[in-house]
Ligand binder design. Structure first.
Ligand code: GLY
Length: 581
């Protein structure tokens, strides 16, 4: 068991590392988020279909597919591949993620799990140092941290099973190939990320070259980013399907690049990769159905446990942002995140009491343990500065005119992953295996503690927090949401849902409203600016340790209303766009 002192030390070290990867001072994403005044945030309206994504070229490519008669899955696949080119911080083909689909056409709700897997040579102690203690240089900063990428297989599977049939994989890859081959102009938000990442990329010349000018300095705003090798890799996928990535020259180059960098992934690992179609987790909240991502994401289970606890409190009558409503939300989060740490992992390897955790009876017991006047002390709490990056993962939401909806979150883990591009592939590789627990009681880069259920193992998927979610009323989507932000993803999705369903907020205001976060350990409440001072004082009086700021998230969401679609690109980050038609 790892002591709290060691946990605190590692949490601080992780924060220092992640902070070093953050955007430079002055970049908007580094500024603390200040919610815009009420009445100044407006949703973007559309009648027939919409894509809300973190980068505008990718969003518009998806909307264009909708315009051409594609369904939400076609659009999501096109956007997913496009963002691998235009949003290399997190859009990817070298990482993995999750897609939750409401298919009105097939009367089906489904989850596509394309999470990365650990290579066959992975061992449970692979991230321990010679002293037997977790070594974060191995799990976050080395080629050992690279999981077998799932994105190509996952997007191809989604298209094959749930696409409209109007578009081939090659059709949907075409815009991404052109953008990689001909390049695109770098916007300010991306330009601001590159100097901070330069040292990390510089470890591998093939990586550094892509994002540098001829003089070796980082590309800047208005420079053109051309990714010829990535165009060739995407073309191989267009020509051969996923085999063009998982077998043959691309796979061999990926395996060689990873091996040369000290990793253990082989061409066989790539060839063996399989995405999985899973039943989403499903629950209810005040008459709405919530469908979200099952394990190996913790997102859906923690979200539903939290909502079930809150359902027994009169949230609608409690004033939004009041100390009373925030107190019960914090206490619910604390309990659900504790269960995450104790029980959840890859369902193909461990058996977790998921049904119990999501049951109304269990929530009633959890609710009964909440003292309305006092914070439940959970541990001898360390305080630390949170990881501030929010661009490590990216979420997009899609709705089409036929009632289909897609909620997709995918990631490289850290911004630009581990920073390695295998020579000749153009593929930025992830460092997702840091989401495993290096040793029982150890924490990952987001400070999330884990135990036996989430130790590394061959072929195993690390536990995630990504929570692509769709809210249904009478079987039809009313809200599509999700977010990046590591541990903060689940609490973000929770607050967007509560703001819309309990407080009747317009989706744009629900997304813009200040958020808070508690993840059990460390035992602190992180808050964004925008909560009233006397509310925070009242929380402190109840015994909560309340700390500003909260690391950034970005809940790009869509509400489906009787008057049409309303898109909410999150105002916390530059670049997000609601592209409608
Ligand atoms: N890498 C962040 C997550 O999957 O939760």
């Amino acid at each position: 068991m790892v002591s709290f002192t060691a946990e605190r030390r590692r949490f601080l070290a992780a924060i220092a590392l992640v902070a070093a990867l953050c955007l430079p001072a002055g970049a908007q994403e580094r500024r603390e988020y200040l919610p815009p005044p009420t009445g100044t945030v407006h949703a973007v309206a559309a009648e027939h279909g919409m894509v809300v994504a973190q980068e505008k070229i990718g969003a518009r490519i998806g909307a264009d597919i909708l315009r051409q008669g594609g369904n939400a899955v076609d659009a999501a696949v096109a956007t997913g591949f496009a963002l691998a080119v235009t949003y290399p911080r997190a859009g990817n083909i070298g990482g993995g993620g999750f897609m939750v689909i409401h298919s009105a056409e097939r009367h089906e709700d489904v989850a596509i799990d394309y999470r990365e897997t650990a290579p066959a040579a992975a061992t449970r102690d692979m991230f321990l140092g010679a002293d037997g203690k977790p070594d974060i240089a191995k799990s976050r900063d080395s080629a050992l941290s690279i999981g077998v990428p799932g994105t190509v297989a996952g997007l191809a599977l989604a298209l094959e099973k749930y696409g409209s049939g109007k578009f081939t994989l090659a059709d949907l890859l075409k815009p991404a190939i052109e953008l990689a081959r001909d390049g695109f102009i770098i916007a300010d938000d991306m330009a601001d990320t590159l100097p901070a990442i330069a040292r990390r990329l510089a470890r591998w010349p093939a990586s550094a070259k892509i994002f540098s000018r001829a003089d070796g300095t980082s590309l800047r705003e208005d420079d053109r980013l051309v990714q010829a090798d990535l165009a060739a890799t995407l073309s191989a996928i267009a020509a051969q399907g996923p085999r063009g990535f998982y077998e043959g020259p691309v796979a061999e180059r990926l395996a060689a690049g990873i091996r040369d960098a000290g990793g253990i992934m082989t061409a066989d690992d790539l060839k063996s990769y399989q995405p999985v179609i899973r039943a989403p987790v499903r629950g209810s909240y005040r008459g709405f159905d919530i469908i979200s991502m099952p394990p190996p994401s913790s997102g859906g289970v923690v979200l539903l446990e939290t909502l079930n606890i809150l359902e027994g409190f009169p949230m609608p009558e409690m004033k939004r942002g009041s100390a009373a409503s925030l107190h019960v939300m914090i206490e619910a989060m604390k309990r659900a995140y504790a269960d995450r740490a104790r029980y959840l992992g890859d369902p193909d390897f461990i058996s977790a009491p998921v049904a119990t955790l999501m049951s109304k009876e269990y929530a009633a017991k959890q609710r009964a343990s909440i003292d309305l006047d006092r914070a439940t002390p959970w541990m001898d709490a360390p305080s630390a500065t949170p990881p501030r990056e929010g661009s490590n993962t990216t979420h997009f939401s899609v709705v089409d005119s036929r009632g289909n909806a897609v909620s997709n979150t995918y990631t490289l883990n850290f911004p630009y992953g581990v920073g390695l591009v295998a020579d000749g592939t153009g593929v930025l590789l992830n460092n997702e295996l840091d989401d495993f627990t290096a040793a029982p009681g150890a924490s990952n880069a987001f400070g999330l503690v884990g135990f036996e259920a989430n130790l590394p193992g061959p072929g195993k998927r690390p536990l995630s927090s990504m929570s692509p979610t769709i809210v249904l009323k009478d079987g039809k989507p009313v809200l599509v949401t999700g977010s990046p932000g590591g541990s903060r993803i689940i609490s973000t999705v929770l607050q967007v849902i509560v703001n819309v369903l309990d407080y009747g907020m317009d989706v744009a205001q629900a997304v813009a409203a200040p958020r808070l976060h508690h993840q059990w350990r460390p035992d602190v409440v992180r808050v964004e600016r925008g909560f009233a001072d006397d509310t925070l004082a009242a929380l402190r009086e109840r015994g909560h340790e309340v700390i500003e700021p909260l690391g950034q998230t970005s809940a790009n969401s869509i509400a489906v209303t009787p008057n049409g679609l309303l898109g909410a690109p999150d105002p916390r980050t530059r670049g997000a766009e609601a592209a409608g038609q």
